[in-house]
Design a protein around this ligand. Structure first.
Ligand code: AMP
Ligand code: GLY
Length: 417
């Protein structure tokens, strides 16, 4: 089967790599892709936000399966445009992608489906926001209603800062603070059948010890040795299946990847957020351990026959990704710093997954905030950490930022759900 991956980041590199390892996949194309994907796939300079251009490319290539990576093209209707041309597409319709595109819509679906989540209020004025902050108390959680690339959420003890964020956004969701470790649980669905993947954890803050501002994600690992027994079955029954069913009931069938960001609170599992696409960087370690052919799974989901294929199987061991970001991230990012040592990290057994890189006059350089994710598989967390950080140690560029504590607490047995 000929496949086309839409997007430019680390998630797209990880997905494209997993597709290339599926024996039923004969060709991998990407638009626009990145230099990492270009090493094994054909890149096309097509704007991923342009539904007609993407659909035209899929037709021209004779693609059997299009996989849309990021949220913005999904919300812009790229999956709808591809399907209208009769081509299988993994990714929800614009309507169903509102589950990620609007936090208020997600809260409404969760309310109707009785999915456990934080109590929340939608606010459009500073007065409403101030009322809501005082109703819930600190720590304050203020979320921009629209898409904000993982940076629209402020969690703070500082009421003035919380109010300032609310004032800066058109519409915010203010909600109760959820305590407890976070889990990312993804599921592949065709709108009826729901196949959860292994749970993963990602690290949102820029600095060690979860300090500093939120980012798109600075590292991730899977599976979670500390996860309670029955977690996946519980989340499937109480969160994933009811959400998929509620969307179908409303005529907004969700087919694609449903991402549940969860908090394991003292009062049970609660949803922090939904996303309508694979998470980045969790996808990097997940794909490293996936033992099923990815193309077969995604095509079956896209075609509405997911029940006809076996649920995903996983290799033993642990996978871990450490993100290296450019100078200035997350407030800004610096382009053009020359990157060295990628081949050395790969020889050491890591997958170096590109996100914000470019080739300029034969040099690999930084071209974005999150530059790459060094991904390694090990027998356990300690082993995977050692391998991934050896890879990080081999890679150099000016201003490189990375966390040194990805999965350190879990490896030390310090996470208690
Ligand atoms: P989101 O974009 O909704 O995933 O939020 C980004 C991050 O903010 C999450 O991964 C959490 O660490 C934090 N966060 C969001 N909502 C809450 C909440 N209700 N309670 C505690 N932390 C939260
Ligand atoms: N890892 C967080 C996200 O993809 O939104």
């Amino acid at each position: 089967m000929k496949t086309l991956v839409i997007g430019t980041g680390g998630r797209e590199h990880a997905l494209a790599l997993a597709l290339s390892r599926d024996p039923s996949v004969t060709e991998v194309h990407a638009a626009p892709g990145n230099p990492g994907i270009g090493a094994f796939a054909t890149l096309h300079a097509v704007d991923p936000m342009d539904p007609v251009a993407v659909a035209d490319l899929a037709v021209r290539l004779g693609a059997d399966l299009v996989v849309v990576g990021p949220e913005a093209p999904l919300v812009a209707g790229v999956a709808d445009a591809v399907r209208e041309r009769g081509i299988s597409c993994f990714g929800p319709s614009a309507e169903a992608a509102r589950l990620e595109g609007s936090k208020a819509f997600a809260k409404d679906i969760m309310g109707a489906a009785e999915v456990p989540t934080a109590l929340a209020r939608v606010c459009t004025t500073v007065e409403e926001a101030a009322d809501a902050l005082d109703a819930f108390g600190p720590p304050y959680v203020v979320k921009d209603d629209g898409l904000a690339a993982g940076k629209g959420v402020v969690v703070t003890e500082d009421r003035d800062a919380a109010l300032a964020h609310a004032a800066a956004c058109e519409r915010v969701v203010i909600e109760e603070f959820l305590d407890g470790p976070e889990v990312s649980l993804f599921a592949i669905t065709d709108g009826t059948t729901v196949y959860p993947l292994q749970p993963a954890q990602d690290f949102k803050r820029i600095f060690d010890g979860d300090a500093g501002p939120n980012t798109g994600g600075m590292g991730a690992y899977t599976p979670l040795p500390w996860a309670p027994d029955g977690l996946v079955a519980d989340v499937l029954a109480r969160v994933l299946q009811p959400t998929v069913d509620e969307l179908a009931r409303r005529g907004a069938v969700f087919s694609g990847l449903l991402y549940a960001g969860l908090a394991l609170t003292s009062r049970g599992v609660k949803v922090i957020e939904f996303n309508a696409r694979f998470g980045d960087p969790e996808t990097q370690p997940l794909m490293a351990l996936l033992d099923s052919p990815l193309g077969v799974l995604l095509k079956a989901a896209a075609d509405g026959v997911l029940h006809e294929v076996a649920p995903p199987r996983w290799k033993a061991g642990t996978a871990l990704a450490v993100v290296m970001a450019s100078a200035g991230y997350p407030e800004s990012s610096r382009n053009g710093d020359v990157i060295s040592g990628v081949a050395e990290a790969e020889t050491g057994g890591c997958d170096v997954i590109h996100a914000g890189t470019a080739l300029v006059d034969g040099d690999l350089v930084t071209a974005g905030g999150r530059v790459l994710a060094v991904t390694a598989v090990g027998d356990d967390l300690a082993d995977a950490r050692a391998k991934a950080y050896a890879g990080v140690g081999a890679i150099r560029f000016d201003g490189a930022q990375f966390r040194t504590d990805i999965a350190a607490k879990a490896a030390a047995g310090e996470i208690k759900p």
